[in-house]
Design a protein around this ligand. Structure first.
Ligand code: SAH
Length: 211
């Protein structure tokens, strides 16, 4: 299978509405198949989420592109990602930023993500095992926070760890369906916008859903 061709087809057919050319360019470059089990490589560029073990999934390509575009990255931002999972979204973020911090609850997934990101040459990523609903205060404040698991409400710790003009992208809502939201700080006031409806795996933790 020619993964480059599959990837280019993914970019040209599955990402309607994504206008940020840099996001499209990065999605066309990062080898998504390397973040899933080799048995799933033929499906790695299809328009749906894929299992990555431990009951978790790698998000659909369109959702990855939409979340990345919604972060409005310029290149210099320090980013916190909650829910490393396969590490695919982490790699996309690392293409935009010099510093990406990512928190994953499942040790097995965190370790696998560390290994593949290092094999692919990403040196600007730090991954910690723990409850990301509490953020990663040691390295705060963050200019951008992306949560790739759904929360019942906006976690306060994440708002507290945001820089003055920072931005959070997070799915918030019910257990089985949510709304992807953007929270933006403007003059110390939080402004929240809805992007679209969506379904993510739950954020399990102190400021997420109970286990
Ligand atoms: N961005 C990932 C998608 C992973 S799915 C990718 O591209 O593959 C969401 C991930 O969030 C899962 O791996 C799950 O284990 C993790 N997760 C759930 N609750 C968490 C928490 N409180 N802290 C950190 N990670 C959490």
């Amino acid at each position: 299978m020619d993964f480059l061709v599959a990837r280019q087809r993914m970019v040209s057919t599955q990402l309607p509405g994504i206008r940020d050319q840099r996001v499209l360019e990065v999605m066309g470059r990062v080898p998504r198949h390397r973040f899933v089990d080799p048995a799933l490589w033929p499906q790695a560029y299809s328009d749906y989420p894929l299992p990555i073990g431990n009951g978790q999934t790698i998000s659909q390509p369109y959702m990855v592109a939409l979340m990345t575009e919604s972060l409005r990255l310029n290149g210099g931002e320090k980013i916190l990602e909650i829910g490393t999972g396969s590490g695919y979204q982490t790699a996309i973020l690392a293409e935009f930023s010099s510093r990406v911090f990512s928190v994953e609850r499942e040790p097995v997934l965190a370790q696998r993500a560390r290994e593949i990101l290092s094999k692919l040459g990403y040196e600007n990523v730090a991954i910690r095992v723990g409850d990301g609903s509490k953020g990663w205060s040691q390295f705060s404040p963050f200019d951008r926070i992306l949560v790739t698991a759904s929360a019942p409400s906006m976690p306060h710790s994440l708002i507290e760890q945001l820089s003055d003009d920072g931005l959070i992208v997070i799915p918030v809502g019910e257990w089985d369906h949510q709304v992807l939201k953007v929270l933006e700080m403007r003059e110390r006031k939080a402004i929240v916008d809805d992007i679209c409806s969506c379904t993510f795996v739950p954020l399990i933790g102190e400021e997420g859903w109970q286990d």
